[in-house]
Design a binder for this molecule. Structure first.
Ligand code: NAD
Length: 260
């Protein structure tokens, strides 16, 4: 059902974004990648995905912190693929600090990369979806879109905002074949979380295995990391025909975290 469609997955040079891009390409979807990293590595990933899946896979180095660059990124994908059927707003960063010490530049970077880029990408991609009367928008949010943790004020605010955006846009297009949903994972083992393990190990002076169980997974009842592939499988389901009536929701995939 997805074969021949095209997608943008922002922040897809690593982690969850790369997992979702890989899963979509595996279903015959052409994909526009973005994100930062070593250019040779990115080109290797792009080439491998294209060769394995036999689809067009492109890369654009758009900075998701820049609204005009996000809009241009969507236009590039539309021009290259003849439209964008699936938009996955996944790019994100984290910064941990007490709110009264939170660096303003970090606050704005988090809002821009997570929340504002989702707005700019949706604004740019939605008219094309409306013309085709089909589309799937997935905002890769977090359990932190549903509940808070201390010292993550910028991230929690941006992620809660993404859920508000999800609901609002879903209602605006509810009578079309376009759905808009949020995926809210608990801890998924990706480079973003690896960095947090290292930081917390230093901060608490604990070995990594204790940090994982006692600090990182303290609020995640299943006490294990979620696999990137599990999140990608949920994204694929949301793109499918059987998910056409699922819209405006925030779906937790968090080992029970938000059941508390
Ligand atoms: P990651 O660090 O592995 O990947 C983040 C991606 O975003 C990378 O490709 C990076 O280059 C890109 N990116 C960062 N800043 C960018 C910018 N300014 N412009 C363009 N691209 C940019 O992280 P991840 O864990 O895969 O996270 C992906 C998304 O999932 C994020 O929105 C994150 O908040 C969310 N999330 C992650 C977890 C987790 O436990 N890993 C849990 C819940 C939600």
């Amino acid at each position: 059902m997805l074969k021949g469609k095209s997608a943008i997955v922002t922040g897809s040079t690593s982690g969850i974004g790369l997992g979702i891009a890989t899963a979509l390409a595996g279903q015959g979807v052409s994909v526009m990648l973005s994100g930062f990293g070593d250019q040779a590595e990115i080109e290797k990933t792009r080439g491998r995905l294209a060769a394995e899946a036999g689809v067009k896979v492109l890369y654009d180095n758009a900075d998701m912190a820049d609204g005009a660059a996000v809009a241009a990124h969507v236009k590039k994908a539309e021009d290259a693929f003849g439209g964008v059927d699936i938009l996955v707003n996944n790019a994100g960063i984290q910064f941990v600090s007490a709110v009264d010490e939170f660096p303003e530049a970090k606050w704005h970077a988090i809002q821009n990369i997570i929340l504002n880029s989702s707005f700019h990408a949706i604004k740019a991609a939605l008219p094309g979806m409306k013309r085709k009367n089909w589309g799937r928008i997935i905002n890769l949010v977090s359990a932190h879109g549903l509940v808070a943790s201390p010292f993550k004020s910028a991230y929690v605010s941006a992620k809660h905002g993404q859920i508000g955006l999800t609901k609002s846009v879903a209602l605006e297009v509810a009578e079309t074949e376009i759905t808009v949903n949020a995926i809210c994972p608990g801890y998924v083992r990706t480079p973003l979380v690896e960095g947090q393990i290292d930081d917390q190990a230093k901060a608490h002076n604990l070995p990594r295995d204790r940090v994982i169980r006692e600090v990182i997974l303290a609020s995640q009842p299943n006490k294990r990391f979620i696999e990137v592939e599990e999140v990608a499988a949920l994204a694929l389901f949301l793109c499918g025909e059987m998910a056409k009536s699922i819209t405006g929701t925030a779906i937790a995939i968090d080992g029970g975290w938000t059941a508390r």
